[in-house]
Design a protein around this ligand. Structure first.
Ligand code: FAD
Length: 419
């Protein structure tokens, strides 16, 4: 495992420049159109697939980059291009991580390729954890998975919401309750294969930002899936549940106790996915923030008022100085967390949450400042910072809100079950 370094190597630099070229030449010019259309930009996903930028191979390469910087570098460049289109391209990755985090080698080999399809027939995947009454409170999840001993199948029932690519995905990864007495530790993840009867798309949401990314409810009605669609397999699940029950019986960590990170507890299925993905979300936020900052810097240099460029005023220049400082600080936290995750170092101070918290709040702040620096132009859809500002609001909400990140950090640091 490599030491922590801020120097991208030659290979990484050339990959970054290649992604940047796609972001600048293909995504940027199409961003306003797909934002207005509020539809999945299939032609752009296909273009990305044709050059290998939407493929299992590419993301696996970045995911297993020993420096840990492959994924944050990729996310930053794509989201610099456009957040909505980028989420359509990388949304599949959350489902893929769900399988990588919890699945067997065989399951990874079978299902992850089907999530991406190929350049001639691109597919997307969805990770379905959130429910109408179980957002931050994952323990309130109601979707049930019941094992049918007679057929060896699992039967899923429930309603998922806010699923990126929900209903249009080839493969859905669904988190469900297998033992309601065990709270979040009684959850497991399942693959719902393409075309499985009983899975349907519910409401498609009209959103504030990232409008090129499809977000919808997923309804599961007596969805029957083969036994081997339980990620990790039944033996492993039975062992894990037995361990949890043993601990409960011994009085360790009540079912209502908050999930804690880095304290050796049994992880639940959704937490394992979110832990791995938080620094990546931080990197997305860094990309959007950097895009808005760069635009505002150029604008402030060219726009004249009172006979001089507006950047000549400290009031504007200092804002830009703060914006850039915060973006760089956010990137450092993201890179640290990504390196730690790759190096197998536990987030003993909730470093993953720290990176997501700081980067997402930075993106909201920086894009708002960019709107302000552009004045009236910043408030119109003629200029991209308006869209970037709307897009940035998602980062403090999905994959754990800022409040939940603070809760995780505070609990991890103190060991106190803070509410
Ligand atoms: C565009 C979009 C895409 C998404 N994609 C996916 C996806 O692909 N898969 C998926 O499973 N989910 C997805 N989500 C769901 C997302 O993860 C949830 O929206 C998020 O976890 C928050 O849950 P909630 O919306 O129910 O808000 P709530 O949990 O109802 O929270 C509302 C407010 O209360 C605050 N709050 C709640 N509890 C506490 C507490 N204990 N202490 C302090 N404050 C608290 C929250 O921070 C928030 O400000 C997506 C959401 C959106 C909007």
């Amino acid at each position: 495992m490599g030491d922590f370094t801020l120097d991208l190597n030659d290979d990484q630099r050339s990959v970054r420049d290649w992604i940047h070229g796609f972001a600048a030449d293909v995504m940027r010019p199409a961003a306003a159109e797909w934002d207005e259309r509020e539809e999945t930009p299939w032609p752009i996903i296909q273009e990305a697939a044709k050059i290998g930028l939407y493929s299992l191979d590419f993301y696996a390469q970045q995911f297993f980059d020993p420096t840990g910087l492959g994924i944050p570098m990729t996310m930053e460049e794509l989201f610099w291009g456009d957040a909505g289109i980028a989420l359509s391209i990388v949304g599949t990755g959350l489902a893929a991580v769900g399988v990588l985090a919890n699945g067997t080698e065989e399951q990874i080999g079978t299902w992850v390729p089907q999530m991406y399809g190929d350049a001639d027939d691109v597919k997307v995947a969805a990770f379905c954890s959130s429910e109408p009454d179980a957002g931050s409170d994952v323990g309130a999840m109601r979707t049930r998975a019941v094992y049918d001993e007679a057929t060896g199948e699992w039967v899923l029932n429930g309603t998922k919401t806010w699923a990126t690519n929900g209903g249009i995905a080839n493969v859905h990864v669904v988190v469900a309750v297998v033992d309601p007495d065990l709270g979040t530790r009684g959850h497991a993840s399942f693959i719902v294969p393409p075309g499985t009867p009983g899975l349907s798309q519910g409401q498609k949401f009209k959103k504030h930002g990232i409008r090129a990314s499809h977000t919808a409810e997923v309804v599961l009605e007596d969805v029957r899936i083969p036994g081997d669609c339980l990620l990790g397999g039944k033996d492993k699940l039975d062992e894990r549940l037995a361990r949890v029950r043993e601990r409960e019986a011994a009085g360790g960590g009540g079912v209502g106790a908050p999930p804690a990170e880095g304290r050796g507890r049994v992880k639940n299925a959704a937490m394992a996915t979110f832990e791995a993905s938080r620094p990546a979300v931080g990197a997305m936020a860094v990309g959007t923030a950097r895009a808005a900052y760069e635009y505002a810097l150029e604008y402030a240099t060219g726009r004249e008022q009172f006979g001089r460029p507006i950047i000549d005023n400290q009031g504007v220049a200092f804002q830009l100085a703060d914006m850039r400082t915060q973006i760089d600080a956010a990137r450092l936290l993201v890179w640290r967390a990504s390196w730690m995750a790759t190096a197998g170092k536990p987030f003993s101070s909730a470093e993953g949450s720290m990176s997501k918290l700081f980067a997402s709040e930075t993106a909201k702040k920086v894009t708002a400042q960019a709107v302000q620096i552009l004045g009236g132009n910043g408030y119109t859809r003629e200029y991209p910072v308006e869209r970037m500002h709307r897009d940035s609001a998602i980062y403090t909400i999905f994959e754990g809100t800022s409040e939940i990140q603070r809760l995780v950090i505070a609990r991890t640091l103190s060991g106190v079950p803070i509410r």
